[in-house]
Design a protein. Structure first.
Length: 146
C-alpha cells in the first residue's frame, strides 16, 4: 500500500484519473475537517490510470453516491469499519438527477430563476439526460455540474 489504511471511513476507488478532482469537488471534500487522502494516476488494470480517495470518519449517503454517477458511473465506494471493508457500493446512475447538472439551454428557467435543476435519465447506457422543464436533451459526460 502506498497510503496508510484508515480505521473508519470510505475509500472511493476506480475513479478515472481525469475525474479525480471532479469527485473531490462534487462531494465537497475540501470542506471536511477530517483527513482526506487523494491519490492520482495509480496504475489500474481496468482503467489504465485511476484515482483513489480515502476519507476518514465519513460515510456517504445514497444521494451523494448517485451524484458520483454523473462524473463516472462505476466508481466503487468501500465502507471501512475497524480497518476492514464492511460494505462495497457502486455508483449507479439514478432515474432522476436533482440539482446536480446544469441545463445547457440558456433560456431554461433553471438558468434564469433560483430553482434546482431536474433531469430524467433517458438512456443510462449512452448517458442521455432530458431537462424536466425545457425538455432539452444532453449527454451526461458533457454536462456541467452545478
Amino acid at each position: 500500500m502506498l497510503v496508510a489504511a484508515i480505521k473508519n471511513g470510505t475509500v472511493i476507488d476506480h475513479i478515472p484519473a481525469d475525474k479525480t478532482y471532479q469527485v473531490v469537488s462534487l462531494l465537497r471534500l475540501e470542506s471536511l475537517s477530517t483527513p482526506v487522502t487523494i491519490g492520482y494516476n495509480y496504475r489500474s488494470g481496468k482503467l489504465g490510470r485511476k484515482g483513489i480517495i480515502k476519507v476518514e470518519d465519513k460515510f456517504f449517503t445514497d444521494e451523494e453516491i448517485s451524484r458520483l454517477s454523473v462524473v463516472a458511473p462505476g466508481i466503487v465506494l468501500n465502507v471501512i469499519r475497524d480497518y476492514e471493508v464492511r460494505e462495497k457500493k457502486t455508483a449507479a446512475t439514478p432515474d432522476e438527477l436533482r440539482g446536480i447538472v446544469r441545463c445547457s439551454n440558456p433560456k431554461c428557467i433553471t438558468n434564469n430563476e433560483p430553482m434546482p435543476t431536474l433531469f430524467h435519465v433517458v438512456d443510462k447506457q449512452t448517458g442521455i439526460l432530458k431537462c424536466h422543464y425545457c425538455e432539452r436533451e444532453q449527454r451526461m459526460d458533457q454536462a456541467e455540474l452545478v
